[in-house]
Design a protein around this ligand. Structure first.
Ligand SMILES: [Zn+2]
Length: 309
């Protein structure tokens, strides 16, 4: 399994009191380093280019993030803040997923690995085509899905999102593109308050909202009965995952009751779907997760389940 990360992802600093802190990435990296390393290959994330970002984003968004402001901290919305190192971190967070797509889906793969986990930040799934929001600057999974379609010629790419928040940005970017499937479970009502089951895109979007207090059993039922059958029907050639761990019961920003075992379960289910449909190609990237201890142990459970099959 490939693990993509970059030390510069620690340089994005939205402020001392901000939940999306550099310590989050330290927690994930420490936990991943504690796993057996034999089947993990660590790689330095490359930076995404402007042309790559333009596959999913407008010039307005690129300028908002990449043109250096007069001063820092630079507030993009009520909870999305940039520091000196933020633009570079955001380029690397996207580049990590693109690097994984190229390594695993390219015509001449340089690795036998078929799974990757990108330990990067800032997260991405709230960023729309033209607007950074909700801690997110660029939408890494949306750019990566387009890369798989436009550069690698794939006809069916699935994006799976189990972050506790709805990936409104991802959905908005792909909902008119039948080559890309978007599946999400999330707490509703909760920020950004989208993701109702009636939001269906062009038949390529499936949302399974969960009420506050929903536990692992409800989460697994939503995936087993509603979302995974759609993944099977779609027969993806690649599965990209917005892996947010803020559905954990300890998370301070939300109210689901998931445990580490639930993240290991979804990892096994997704890997089994990837084995069945696309030669095991499963690429995950870190989204949310704001309890430092739960984030580390949940990300490790998710990765370990893929290592130890
Ligand atoms: Zn989240």
């Amino acid at each position: 399994m490939l693990i993509y990360t970059h030390p510069a992802c620690l340089q994005h600093d939205p402020g001392r009191a901000h939940a999306e802190s550099p310590q989050r990435l330290h927690a994930v990296l420490d936990a991943l380093r504690g796993l057996p390393q034999e089947r993990m290959e660590w790689r330095e994330a490359p930076a995404a280019s402007r042309d790559q970002l333009a596959m999913a984003h407008t010039r307005r968004l690129l300028d908002a993030v990449l043109i250096e402001p007069l001063s820092f901290p630079h507030q993009l919305d009520a909870d999305t803040v940039m520091s000196q190192g933020s633009a570079q971190a955001a380029l690397l967070a996207v580049g990590a997923v693109l690097g994984a797509v190229d390594a695993i889906c390219g015509e001449h793969p340089d690795t036998p690995a078929r799974q990757a986990f990108c330990a990067v930040r800032p997260p991405g799934h709230h960023a729309t085509m033209s607007t950074p929001m909700g801690f997110c600057l660029f939408n890494a999974v949306a750019v990566a899905a387009r890369q798989a379609v436009l550069i690698h010629g794939m006809e069916r790419v699935a994006i799976v999102d189990f972050d506790v928040h709805h990936g409104n940005g991802t959905q908005a970017i792909v909902e008119h593109d039948p080559r890309i499937l978007y599946l999400s479970s999330h707490q509703l009502p909760l920020y950004p308050d989208s993701g109702g089951a009636d939001e269906r895109g062009v038949g390529n979007v499936f949302n399974a909202p969960l009420p506050a207090g929903a536990d692992g059993e409800a989460f697994r039922r939503a995936w087993r009965e509603t979302l995974l059958p759609e993944l099977d029907r779609f027969q993806p050639q690649l599965i990209l995952v917005s892996a947010g761990f803020d559905g954990h019961w300890l998370d301070p920003l939300a109210g689901l009751l998931l445990k580490e075992a639930d993240y290991a379960w979804i990892a096994r289910e997704l890997l089994s779907a990837a084995d069945q449909h696309c030669g095991g190609r499963l690429i995950s990237t870190l989204e949310g997760g704001y309890s430092l201890s739960a984030l580390g142990s949940s990300a490790a459970a998710y990765v370990e389940a893929q290592l130890s099959r």
